[in-house]
Ligand binder design. Structure first.
Ligand code: TZP
Ligand code: MG
Length: 214
């Protein structure tokens, strides 16, 4: 699937660590979110008790099949080998994951590339790279990423938008309470873990997120 900027609108990120280490719960919630109209899904398996390579491959295949069913891009966080093996639609790379240039060399022409940037210098570096979108944040404090960069706020992300040649998706601590603060910020959408995976009404949550005008 080619990169389409509209896929950044309501972008769900998650792994088994976000659903009590229960892959079945993750699959169920991702399908609810797909049914409700999320525009992209990133499989991000992280942390001490995350799955091993074989388990990731098995769960990755199932998540990818769901994304195919709903024709939504399936993106892998960080793990280039897994992304290549699954022939994912995209790969997302953080500043500290591995050298971005190496990832570009490995996946070039095979899938689209997202890159995390939280400072002006990082956005300017990204401007010179053949990547497809930038993930910027954390916008608000988050409990979902222990090693998250300092919070940049909505003003911070607006500054990054002005400096970026690439479309930006906002991430970090976004909830139904604060999502409207990102309207008119220039971002192309929001990427979330807990807003959707901890929602008691995923269909409603996705509907509200989809109604925000950026
Ligand atoms: N990268 C920056 S913040 C974050 C990631 C993966 C976590 C986002 O999770 P939540 O629950 O939407 O704050
Ligand atoms: Mg990462």
């Amino acid at each position: 699937m080619m990169f389409d900027v509209n896929c950044l609108k309501v972008y769900l990120v998650g792994g088994s660590q976000d659903t009590h280490h229960d892959p079945v719960e993750l699959l169920d919630k991702v399908e609810q979110a797909l049914k409700a109209g999320i525009t992209a899904f990133q499989y991000r398996e992280k942390g001490d008790s995350s799955l091993n390579a074989e388990e990731k491959l098995t769960l990755g295949r199932k998540l990818q099949a769901l994304c195919k069913k709903y024709q939504v891009p399936f993106i892998i966080d960080d793990d280039v080998d897994l992304a290549l093996e699954l022939q994912a639609d995209g790969i997302h790379v953080g500043q500290s994951d591995r050298a971005i240039q190496k990832v570009i060399d490995q996946v070039s022409g095979k899938m689209f590339i997202g890159y995390s940037c939280s400072t002006l210098a990082e956005v300017e570096e990204a401007n010179e790279l053949p990547i497809d979108y930038v993930g910027s944040g954390p916008i608000f404090p988050t409990l979902s990423k222990l090693d998250a960069d300092p919070v940049i706020g909505t003003d911070g992300v607006q500054k990054l938008v002005l400096a970026s040649k690439n479309p930006i998706v906002a991430i970090g601590g976004i909830s139904l309470e604060n999502i409207s603060e990102l309207a008119s910020s220039g971002v192309k959408g929001i990427a979330v873990i807990s807003m959707i995976l901890q929602s008691s009404d995923i269909a409603h949550t996705v509907e509200v997120a989809k109604a925000v005008k950026y």
